[in-house]
Structure formats: structure tokens, C-alpha cells
Design a protein around this ligand. Sequence first.
Ligand code: GLC
Length: 803
Amino acid sequence: MIVNTELETKGNLFPGEVKVFEFDGNSVTFSTANNVLLRITVLRDSILRFRYATDGIFENDFSYAIDKDTMHGFNKFEIQEAPFLITIITSKIKCKISTTDLKIGIYDLQDNVIVEEELGFHWEESFKYGGNFVKMNKTSVEGENFFGLGDKPTNFNLKGRKLTLWNKDQFAFNKDLDELYKSVPFYTALHSNMAYGIFFDNSFRTHFDFCQDKRNEVKFWAEGGEMNYYFIYGPKIAEVVTSYTNLTGTPDLPPLWALGYHQSKWSYFPEERVTELAAKFRELEFPCDAIHLDIDYMDDFKCFTWNNKHFPDPKLMVENLEEKGFKTVVIIDPGIKIDADYKIFKEALDNNYFCRRADGPFMRGKVWPGECYFPDFTNPKVREWWAGLFKELVGEIGVKGVWNDMNEPAVMEVPGKTFPTDVRHNYDGNDCSHRKAHNIYGMQMARATHDGVRKYAFPKRPFTMTRANFAGGQRYCATWTGDNIATWEHLWLANTQVQRLCLSGMSFTGSDIGGFAEQPSGELFTRWIQLGIFHPFCRVHSSGDHGNQEPWSFGEEVLSITREYVRLRYQLLPYLYTAFYQYTEEGIPILKPLVYFDQEDVHTYYRSDEFIFGNQILVCPIQDAHVQGRRVYFPRGKWYNFWNDEIVTGGKEYWVDAPLEKSPIFIKEGAIIPKFPVQNYVDEIEIKALFLDIYYKNGNETSILYEDAHDGYDYKKGRYSLKTFKFRGKPGEIIIQQHKDGKFLTSYKHLEVRIHGLPFEIEKAYLDNEEVSLETLDFDPTVNTMKIPKVFDLIQFTSKAKS
Ligand code: GLC
């Protein structure tokens, strides 16, 4: 394939002059003299879709990535014609199409350049496979930055990098390794305080070059399929990312327990070991909600079986764990062992559900069980069959979560570690080879698993996770960053990758805390927990070959520090759950990299150590050994040190002390942070009071709190509570207004409030404009704590009586 820019102008084909263009309500289609079609569809005022065809016909319009329920409606769609130029105008942008060469330029309404094209669309015929290699070159303006692209283990800002998307099992991967488990062909670009996004909806092997070959050029191309991409205008990064996430869909809310701490290892067996593990967590009062069983729970690694020697009565074990507050999560891989006596194998064989090579034989490959065949999850019938297989595991045995692995798909001992590209797939009725289906195989397996677990977990919510994924796969599953290593560099990588995934629509994600391969020191484990408790998915997992990785394996000090941090996560669950609500409802990422938080501040463009957890907590993990602190960049605004309430004014870097027990955590001033009491597992105790930590600000700040029954689907019928707290503070007075939406009634009656950083002494309190005595509120002036009833519209504290 031609990727050299000089050759591009020689060996590639380009659109000719536009001969006709047609308008049909929400799109315009251009045809050129050499039979190229370009259809530009306006999805929203800030979202345009571009599709190109080179033989005068479009392929069947089918995408696994796009969430069909979203994206309709725009305010304005106007077309202006001028010599050699057609302009599409919406209420947000102008898109200019040159009729001489079909090159596109996109501008804001003041004609500022957002992005223009260099070579623009071009293609190369693929004689080997048929079809085209489709390519796009755009110009990059001075100072442009690039973010996104899924799980790439590289620097956060992608400027100067060339990357490929091809899902790959990469045990013990290293920094800057290119092909990894997931493919998310979406990036956000930022220049001149304007952000836009490109989502290249093409599941073939795709490539991106962010100004590496040429410093003023961005390229993306695919080894087949259509040039089919979405342009998303901001101008805020937040708008680009949420629009992309809505375009490709969001998941339902997970059950609250899934946001607790998970403990995993390859593998906990036999049953006695699992029971001991569970008992140890409770004995040490180390919070934990889920125990994961890796491949050894199965009989001979055969999916949907149990090793009866090690697990004689799985249902009873799962019940016993449940009684102690543990949910059981089990692994399920795609490889089905070739074994004529194995029911699942026979069913799939009889129904022709396995993938085949081009000339007919089944796709055969080695994974944990030895030689396997692989279901074609791109076939809707196969997905339905697969979903049904969870009846026993979830519906009868009571397993609460399923973890899909090796679904890149991974094949052992073969070049490329995956299927050969001739393997055939159904692709939901759009028959194709593995070249097209490879990157979405894992996503479709995850989808089938999710459908099954959801069905049999009902009326509870499912928990599913997957290692491989594609854009849009966030609708089905949580994910993790795969087989990392217990090194400081991997702690840094985990931080970067999880932020990157959050900017790529996949917020429900975390890393193998402590590292999967090798063994961490107690110090590394502690620092990793201090990061991991702020990741949307929080699980300790390790290969187990290199020693134990339970929190008590590193001695008393590590145990007691990590327990405090995991307890902090449990205290912050209402805050985290609210961030999940905003993610699932509005597509807002749960972690916000600093550039997302404040894109006007150029200091954030290359920062990735610090991030915002939810909306108002700044976290900066310690990522080096033997340090007692670090420099932290504070975004603009004022921040309270979580540990001592000292106030820091942002827009600058400061040294922050961080002995092993103190990881840097800061709270935005004006924030109202909801907290639960410490629990050993979600719903262990009935919540009698919700804690609200209020951080005084001379000014205004809005905080929100989402609550529901923690599980089940009543929230979809309006049984949720969404509270908005509007804080207004000035010397001598604070006012908090509360507004509630939704029908859910929380079980607690009052709020335990604590006001931090209050610059005056409270003398008077008013609830809905009626004065209340401070004694009835149990007011403690030494720490500014009090109890207030949960129902109020307005509460006011003043340093003197109201005049
Ligand atoms: C893969 C997974 C890992 C798992 C192992 C055994 O390496 O990434 O998490 O423990 O397989 O199933």
C-alpha cells in the first residue's frame, strides 16, 4: 500500500470534477466525472457525515458502531452555490466543497478554519483483495493537538505519532507498542481553542498519522471498506466527546456493586481457596464486592462448564459468597474446544455457528483448551444462541458478572496471534472476510454476552466486561487495559490509558491494579491502589505466577494504607455513581483529562499525570518509587487539599508532599461532595444519613447528586432522584439551593453536613427562610458540622442575623 506522501500523488487515484449534485432533505450527494460519489449528511448542526464511493455506488449502509437511536435533527441546513464552490451552512459551521477536485474545508461561522484538506480523499485499488485502500489527508494548522484513539499505551497528546488499529493480544505490552486490544478510530483535535473530532467508521485495519510524515498533515486510511467518517465540531472538547459518545451509544447504568472493589487472580481455585479469600476480606474489614474466577474454574477450559473436583457445588458456593456480600464474576473466552462429547461444541457444529476459512474448513486455532473452533459472533443467530448459554451460569447458578477475554480474537502459536484474514464472517448479513470483521469480533462477542447476562440477571442489572472492543462497544461492556506489568512505567501507562479511553467514549474502564505480569513491591501496589480507586472500574488482577497480590500480601503497612483508600472509594460511591449517571445519560466522560477540563489553558495540552475524577476532584497519582511528593499542575480556580483543607490557587505547578499514605487529592472550591459511610460491601448497611462535604467558595458552584435503588430498572421508570445543589458563598453568608427531579425516595432522613474552609463563624441558620436554632441542627462550631433534614429548597448560614 502506498503511504509515502510523494508517491501518493503518483500512485493514487483522486476524484475528478463534480458533474452533478443532489440535495435530499438532510444530505447532499456529489458525483464526479470519474464516478466518485460523496454524500454529506447533516446529522446535527455540528455533526456531518462524509461517505465516498469510487464506482458510482455505495455499499450497503451498515455500522456496528453507530447507535441507531441517536442523532437526528438540526436547526439549519442551507446550500450556497458559487463558481467552483458549494457551501453547506448549518447553525454552527460552514462546509465548503470545491467542485473542481471535491476537496473540503470546514469553517466556523466567522470563516475561521477548523480543518481543510491537503490531498483530501484518494484511494488505491487493491488488486490482492479487491476494493480499495481508502485514504484521507487533511491539513493540520500550527499548534494543533490530538487526543483519543482508545487504549494506545503512548503519550496522551498524539501529535507526532503514527498509529494502527488492529486488535491484538499483547501479553506484557510495553509503552508505545502500537496494536493493542481495542480499536477506537476516533480522535479529537484542538487548535486555536477550537476542538473538532473525526470518527472514521471503518472496521478494517486503519491507520492514523498525526503530523509524523509531514508536520502540517494529518492522515487516516483503511485497508479496505469505505471512506466513511463523521466530523464533529465542538468548539469545546467536552462537546466533541459527548457528541461522539452519543453517536456511538452509552451503556445502561451498572449495578452499584460493580463500582465497588473487585479481587481477581489467574486463578482462585479450588472452592476452599475462594472461601478463605472471602473470609479474609471480611475479617480484615477490607471492602470488596466481587471475586473473579479465571479459566481454572472450568473443566478443561471448556466454556460454560465447571471443574467438579475443584468446585463440586457452584450454586451453593455462589450463594454462600452472596450471603457474605460477594458477587461472583467468571471468565468466558471465545475458543470452543474441539471435543465431540462437549455439548456446546456439538450445538455450534450442528448449527453451523463456527467461523470457516475461505475454502470451507472451520477456523481452527489453539487457545487455553488446546485446539478450538470459534463462534462467528457477527452472525445474529450465533449471538442469540450464545446469549442463551448464560441461562444456567447466571439464571440458575447465580453468577452475577461475566468477563470476556481473548476476543481480539487471540490464537496461540501462530503469526499475527489471530485468525488468518481469509476467515469468513456473516457481519449481520454483509458477508465479509476477517480483514473487515477482525476489529469488531470482540465487540460482537461482548454484545452477545451482555445480552445473555442481562436477560438472565433480570430484574437485576448485568455486569459484563471485555478485553477487545471497537467504537460503540461501550454500550455493552466495561473493559480493562489488559495484560500489563508490575512496573512504575505501567502505573503511568494505566493512568494515561484510562484517561484516553474516557476521551474515547469508553469510561467504564480500569487496569489490572498492581500489574498482571511480575510482582509489585508493596510501595508500587500501594501507589497503584491510590490511582485505581479513582478509576471507574477498580480490580486487582494478576497472573498469580509471581506471588500473591491480595492487599494483605505486602505486610501491615500496605494493608492499612490500601484499606483506607478502598474505604475512601466506598465513601465516594454516591459521587462516582453520579458521574456514571452523567456518562450513561449524557456521554460525559467519568475521568476528565486536564485539557478537557480547561482547554483554554495551554499548559494542559501535554499534561496527563493529573485528571479530574467526576466533576470536582483533582487527582494526581504518585508514579515514581521512593518519592515523598511531586509537582502537580493545578488547573485554574481554587482547590482544597483533601487532607488538610489548605487552599491552592491553580493555573500553576506546585510541589505537593505525598508520603506513602498521602496521595495528592484536591477538591474544587464550592463543590458539594456526597459520601456514604464506610461499608464492607455495597448495601451492607442501611444508609441512615448521607454526608455532604461542602467546600466554601466566595462565588457560585453547582454540584449534582444522582441516587436510585442501586440495582434493577425502576430508575428507567422515573424512580431516581437527581438533585442539583447551587452553592453561593460570600464572606458572612452561604446559601445552598436544592432542586430535585425524579420519584425516588432515599431511605435516609437527614444529611450530615460539614463545611470546609468557612471564613466566618456561623451564628444563624435558615431553612426555607425560617430561622432554625443551631442546637436543633446539632451544630458543632469547632468543625462546622451539623445535621440538616434532607428535604429543603434553600438553606442559609450567616455570621449575623438577617436584616
Ligand atoms: C489473558 C487475560 C488475563 C487472564 C488470562 C487467563 O491473559 O488478559 O486477564 O488472567 O488470560 O485467563
